[in-house]
Design a protein around this ligand. Structure first.
Ligand code: C5P
Length: 414
């Protein structure tokens, strides 16, 4: 079932550069079954045209409080009552300040006052403006009014600055909207019996960092997206989920518990502590194979032309979990650049896993840091190909496949 089936979402767009992402946002919300109506501020129209948003939403776009024709078609109070959920993306510092003050001097701010629907905002602004005390106070005010705050994300900004203030990417906004709607409108999915209810899933995600000295470390390009998508997919199907995550720049899915770690040693300790209580363990983290033998207590000074670091092997987390007497159903990942099947099957057997999901990280457009991925999933007796698709969709299919195998293995045991 599409999560937003029959839900009426009012998308408010204010005047920031991230407004260019909103046609895609409308399309992805509609993909989930939502009926979307768009309201634009004057500023938003400087970045994107109402015609574009009308075309993608298949609904008239509203942009004025004082337009008699628009009021005749669907007046502002009617529009405020129509919405099941209001999402404002991007929400500029100016718009945030206005709604925090309860102003109602244009259509969008008026709707925020006039609606009984839950409202979420996706802030988007320069990092200095985001950190400004005035903006932070306004955000606190909105949180006290029960607004949901989606993001912002960190990274390079349109103005060239780097830091917090980017509007979250469209897939993340859609996921957060689905979660918020499922939470605030429990009827959204409650008629279904959730297949993973009563199960506890433990998932490692992201990279680990191995310190060299107080300022430097060795790490890898893992973004954590795949692990977090698996956590979200398992949680949506009713599982209780704990994520043990290395340093990532992702928001934690609603209702999942996150344990933050830095090094492989810390991840190993947390995984072994929590694994005995888990039904399923998914080792999605890109764990550093080696750590520095002796971490320097002071910053290492530049001197000779070459230097050597002495590395020692890290513990293999997934193999140690699979060796537990009361082990959960254990799933590993194999990121390979060649002979994918051969190496994956070798790891499945050597680490005594129940399943391994293999991907070719050398292939263009998939794997590390990308939005998409493809997997071939091996057990001792069979294999299943999950072709290139978004990590969110792939995670859903993988979770379903794990559940199928798990229920078969439980049947065989009983
Ligand atoms: O041996 P390799 O690192 O390729 O194996 C990948 C799988 O093993 C992944 O599931 C990864 O999370 C897990 N792993 C681990 N601990 C390590 C190294 C890898 O859990 N030290």
């Amino acid at each position: 079932m599409q999560i937003l089936q029959g839900k009426k979402i009012l998308l408010g767009i204010s005047g920031g550069i991230a407004a260019y992402k909103t046609p895609e946002l409308v399309r992805r919300l509609k993909d989930q079954g939502a009926d979307v109506r768009v309201v634009m501020t004057e500023g938003a129209k400087a970045f994107i045209t109402p015609l574009t948003l009308q075309a993608v939403s298949a609904n008239a776009v509203s942009d004025s409080l004082l337009d008699t024709q628009a009021e005749l078609a669907m007046g502002h109070i009617e529009l405020a009552k129509w919405a099941d959920f209001i999402l404002i993306a991007p929400a500029t510092a100016d718009l945030i300040a206005k709604i925090a003050l309860g102003m109602a001097n244009d259509l969008l701010t008026t709707l925020c006052l006039a609606t009984a629907a839950p409202i979420a905002i996706a802030p988007a602004m320069n990092q200095q403006m985001w950190h400004n005390q005035a903006t932070q106070n306004n955000i606190k005010t909105l949180m006290s009014y029960r607004y949901s705050i989606f993001g912002p994300g960190a990274g390079e900004q349109a103005c060239g600055d780097i830091g917090l203030g980017r509007m979250l990417d469209v897939p993340e906004l859609v996921t957060l909207t689905c979660e918020q709607i499922a939470k605030t409108m429990p009827d959204a999915n409650s008629s279904e019996q959730k297949p993973l209810s009563g199960q506890h899933w433990l998932i490692t995600a992201g990279p680990t960092r191995e310190a060299i000295d107080p300022v430097r470390y060795i790490s890898n390009h893992s973004s954590g997206k795949m692990g977090f998508a698996i956590a979200r997919a398992a949680q949506e199907l009713g599982a209780e989920v704990t994520i043990i995550s290395g340093p990532v720049n992702l928001s934690t899915p609603e209702s999942c518990q996150k344990i933050s770690v830095t090094s492989a040693t810390e991840m190993h300790q947390q995984a072994l502590e929590h694994a005995p209580a888990a039904d399923v363990f998914v080792a999605c983290a890109a764990v550093a194979d080696y750590r520095i033998d002796h971490i320097a207590s002071e910053k290492i000074k530049k001197s000779q032309d070459t230097m050597q670091l002495n590395l020692i092997k890290n513990p293999d987390i997934v193999a140690d979990v699979a060796a537990l007497a009361n082990k959960p159903f254990t799933v590993g990942f194999a990121a390979e650049t060649q002979d994918v099947e051969h190496y994956a099957r070798d790891k499945l057997a050597r680490k005594k896993l129940d399943m391994i999901a293999a991907n070719n990280v050398a292939a263009a457009g998939q794997g590390f840091n990308s939005e998409d991925n493809a997997l071939t999933v091996f057990t001792a007796t069979d294999e299943k190909v999950l072709p290139l698709m978004s990590k969110n969709e792939l995670a859903k299919q993988l979770v379903q496949h794990i559940q199928d195998k798990l229920s078969k293995s439980l049947k065989t045991k009983s």
